[in-house]
Design a binder for this molecule. Sequence first.
Ligand code: HEC
Length: 147
Amino acid sequence: MKRSAIAFSVLMLSVAAAAAADDPIATRKTLMDANGAAAAVSAALLKGDMDYNPTVAKAAIMTLRAVSHSYGAFFPAGSDKGNTKASPKIWEDAAGFQKELAEFQEHADAAAQAAGKNGPADLAAFKAAVTPIFDDCKDCHQNYRLK
Ligand code: HEC
């Protein structure tokens, strides 16, 4: 697959996610799947499986950022039941969950800022921008996602 096609499909995932607002559990999973796709592209760049390309890197960052700003809207009361791995702690400790979300948004905003108009200049700049975001994935999953 051409690199531009990969970047495009990642962006399309997040657009599709934003449109599917009627089922909060399905929507938040779709958003997290977009996160997963952006993480996979990022890992391919970081490991050198894919040649570094600032446009692709920026697309991954912008996908993560879009998810960080929309994700919190899909946890209405009662959506702890059903086909979900969301931990009951999300509702029991709403402030703690909000804090994880805020960190994710803050790091994604900073990465977008660092990416500038044309994307992070090189792999080192990309790595510095996304590493705090990927730490947030682990933190939130450890505390607020069921195994
Ligand atoms: C603020 C908390 C939080 C952050 C940050 C977070 N996640 Fe998640 N993630 C969750 C929760 C909660 C679920 C379970 C959602 C459900 O099943 O309803 C989940 C589920 C997932 C899933 C499974 C989706 C599915 O189809 O069931 C993937 C993949 C995923 N996350 C990837 C990521 C990646 C990659 C990152 C970091 C870029 C990330 N997540 C950051 C809370 C978070």
